[in-house]
Design a protein around this ligand. Structure first.
Ligand code: ADP
Length: 447
């Protein structure tokens, strides 16, 4: 087992990893930029190292600074959290070359899943259902037209190197396709330095359903059901729940097995998420995330497992502590992402937090790095906390969420809490009746 783990991240996810380390008797090392000297993760870790100035490109994304921090502190492994370097194959390659453990999959798995075309090809080969579309990249307008006519309009043009919803354009007919194709390529070139795009059938009213998988790196893998993350604004998730209101036990077992078998076949190590669009009872693979997700706590709540602890176990060479038959789903969990943002425009709202009071009680978990007197710096993303509730069923979880939100106090900055109060009054949300377009439409109409 590792003796000391360096956490190459900040905020609530750094605390999440420190907590798991502490329960396992492992020492933790925090890294931080000069803007984060007073941050909670620095206070909570056993040791800390300053790795650079505020911009992430010079601190949390600096591979030399992070590797040096590992060597100075004698940390034998790195947990990357999510974002930053968590899906950076060359970072993982550097760690492999320096004999520093990486708590995640291999560089090769990250590389294959990080390119959307190779990811889709691999999943197709492994028997995972995919969105109908082009075989690989599409280079010319003529080819784009031929492929689109074949799969049928509307289509969506997506960047091979894409992420965060950038470089995606929908075309309703052949005429619109030409403009969409050129725009997607130009956007992709500007955002990712790569103008390769591919084409998929555009699904009209799907849900975003993702399957949590976990592998031991030696050909064994399990699934931990699904999360419904359809409530998104600008392709950013804001409200996630497990189990999905539209998924029954038989469907879960079927798609779960497909996913677990797929990652077992490639000897995948640790936590991963296979994302699908789900429409009319069919699943369509869109991408795989080779890391812990922001919304992992809803899965932890209903299965009663600690995913970070499992990640650390398998990365150190130990077996998983559960098998598929041990994973029994219990109740319902919901997470809401609390951002320091001013409504209705969701503009970032960093600044000083005068008072912070986290909700508590049965079935309530608040993962946050806030404290009273803390100043949220303007350099990083605006997530300041995740409120996760667990109940015996969906109505109980919803009631608990409403109660817990009312207890939460964040004084000094604007937050997205009022959005959730409003959502909890909506009949569609109470019934679990929403697709990936619901939130944008509702925001435009009523908020
Ligand atoms: P990114 O990596 O940029 O997040 P994804 O492939 O995960 O890109 O897609 C992000 C979101 O875009 C999805 O959650 C969905 O809302 C929408 N989307 C992607 N592909 C399709 C499709 N074929 N049809 C309809 N919507 C899509």
């Amino acid at each position: 087992m590792f003796e000391k783990i360096l956490i190459a991240n900040r905020g609530e996810i750094a605390l999440r990893v420190i907590r798991a380390c502490r329960e396992m008797g492992i020492k933790s090392v925090a890294v931080h930029s000069t803007a984060d000297s007073d941050a909670m993760h620095v206070r909570m870790a056993d040791e800390s190292v300053c790795i650079g100035p505020p911009p992430s490109s010079e601190s949390y994304l600096s591979v030399p600074a992070i590797v040096s921090a590992c060597e100075i502190t004698g940390a034998d492994a790195i947990h990357p959290g999510y974002g930053f370097l968590s899906e950076n194959a060359s970072f993982v390659q550097v760690l492999e070359d320096h004999d520093i453990g990486f708590i995640g999959p291999t560089a090769e798995h990250i590389r294959v899943m990080g390119d959307k075309i190779t990811a889709k090809d691999t999943m197709k080969r492994l028997g995972v259902p995919c969105v109908p579309g082009s075989d690989g990249g599409v280079a010319t307008v003529e080819e784009a037209k031929r492929v689109s006519a074949e799969i049928g309009y509307p289509v969506i043009i997506k960047a091979t190197a894409g992420g965060g919803g950038r470089g995606m354009k929908v075309a309703r007919d052949a005429e619109a396709l030409e403009v969409a194709f050129r725009t997607a390529r130009a956007e992709s070139k500007a955002a990712f330095g790569n103008d390769e795009v591919y084409i998929e059938k555009y699904l009209q009213r799907p849900r975003h359903i993702e399957i949590q998988v976990f592998g031991d790196g030696k050909g064994r893998a399990v699934h931990l059901g699904e999360r419904d993350c359809s409530l998104q604004r600008r392709h950013q998730k804001v409200f996630e729940e497990a189990p999905g209101p539209a998924i029954d036990a038989e469907t879960r077992a079927r798609i779960g097995k497909v996913c677990a078998d797929a990652v077992a076949a490639i000897n995948y190590t640790g936590a991963g998420t296979i994302e699908f669009l789900y429409e009319d009872g069919e699943f369509y693979f869109i991408e795989m995330n080779t890391r812990l997700q922001v919304e992992h706590p809803v899965t932890e709540a209903i299965f009663g497992v600690d995913l970070v602890r499992e990640q650390i176990r398998v990365a150190s060479g130990l077996p998983m502590s559960f098998e598929q038959k041990d994973l029994v789903l219990n109740g319902h969990a919901i997470e809401v992402r609390i951002n320091a943002e001013k409504l209705p425009n969701f503009s970032p709202c960093p600044g000083r937090v005068n008072v912070f009071h986290a909700p508590g009680g049965l079935g309530v978990r608040m993962d946050s790095a806030l404290y009273a007197g803390y100043t949220i710096p303007p350099y990083y993303d605006s997530l300041i906390g995740k409120l996760i509730v667990h109940g015996r069923d969906r109505p109980e979880a919803l009631a608990r969420l409403k109660r817990a939100l009312a207890e939460l106090i964040v004084d000094g900055v604007d937050t997205t809490v009022p959005l959730f109060h409003a959502l909890l009054e909506e009949p569609d949300i109470l019934k679990g009746n929403y697709s990936i377009h619901w939130l944008e439409r509702w925001l435009a109409e009523t908020f």
